[in-house]
Design a protein. Structure first.
Length: 299
């Protein structure tokens, strides 16, 4: 018993010593990076997806700042990994989605597809299966630029926002940070806008199989979840009164999507997308914004 206590005490003592050493090393390392003015200042960085998306945004809106684009393109080239693509963190592994966006951004910025860094990137992307293996956010970007069919993008129908509170799913049950992504993306998938892309740049060379011919990957019929959503979405899209009366929702066809042309300001230089209800659904069920809850559903 005494031996066990002694062993435990020794192990605890060694752990505390190592912990103290680690704390001292961390403290010294941090102090060595302190500015003479007694503060710390480091560059705030993200992965290359963010700067690449800024170039994509400029071409989406056909409002390209050439000087800024040149700076961003230089930054992207400097951060290319040895594997040919771009990682999500410094020294990380190849990331397909990030690499596809950066390649597209550089091509939009004017880089030749025959440039060594572009050849290296393209070979890495194709070796990992091509742009078709990108994540949903990148595929949506490609769809906006007409590089991918919209049915190749997983999406949530915009009608979900009209489900009543008593339904199995309601938007208020989703965390706020998810809603800030889910709702805009659902609107984009429903409206299906198209990038202006003034130079009409494409990246078809990043696909192993042309997207329009890849029926297996982009077939909706093979997705069980989509079939389930379609059952709910179809009656609403047809404006079926019994369906609306029961669920108190309306379809996209009953909404008017208006691209704001006169809603620009120095503070928010971005087109605004509005949704206007044309008429109220039959039955006045619990539609978000009406404040009405049927008597038989309050409990």
């Amino acid at each position: 018993m005494t031996q066990r206590v002694g062993t435990a005490y020794l192990a605890e003592t060694l752990f505390e010593e190592k912990l103290e050493q680690a704390i001292v090393k961390a403290r010294d390392a941090l102090l060595s990076l302190q500015h003479p003015g007694a503060y710390w200042c480091f560059e705030l960085e993200a992965d290359c997806t963010i700067p690449a998306e800024y170039i994509l945004l400029m071409h989406y809106m056909a409002e390209v700042d050439e000087a800024l684009q040149a700076k961003i393109a230089h930054y992207l080239r400097e951060h290319q990994g040895d594997h040919g693509g771009w990682p999500l963190f410094y020294g990380g592994k190849f990331d397909m989605s990030c690499s596809v966006k950066v390649y597209y951004a550089l091509k939009l910025a004017g880089d030749s597809t025959n440039a060594p860094h572009m050849v290296k990137a393209r070979e890495a992307i194709l070796a990992h299966g091509g742009a078709a293996r990108s994540n949903v956010f990148t595929r949506m970007t490609l769809a906006l630029f007409g590089q991918l069919p919209w049915h190749g993008v997983p999406f949530t129908p915009v009608e979900i926002i009209l489900f009543p509170r008593w339904f199995l799913f309601h938007i208020n049950k989703v965390s706020y940070w998810s809603r800030t992504v889910m709702i805009p993306l659902s609107i984009l998938c429903s409206v299906k806008p198209k990038a202006k892309n003034p130079r009409q740049v494409d990246i078809r060379e990043l696909f192993v199989t042309p997207p329009e011919d890849d029926h297996d990957r982009y077939s909706r019929k093979r997705k069980k979840l989509y079939r389930g959503i379609a059952i709910i979405q179809l009656p609403a899209s047809k404006g079926c009164p019994p369906f609306q009366e029961r669920f108190g929702i309306m379809s996209v066809s009953q909404c008017q999507f208006v691209q704001g042309e006169n809603m620009r300001s120095p503070e928010k230089d971005m087109s605004t997308l509005q949704v206007r209800r044309l008429h109220k659904p039959v039955g006045q069920r619990d539609v978000p914004g009406t404040g009405h809850v049927p008597e038989d559903r309050k409990h």
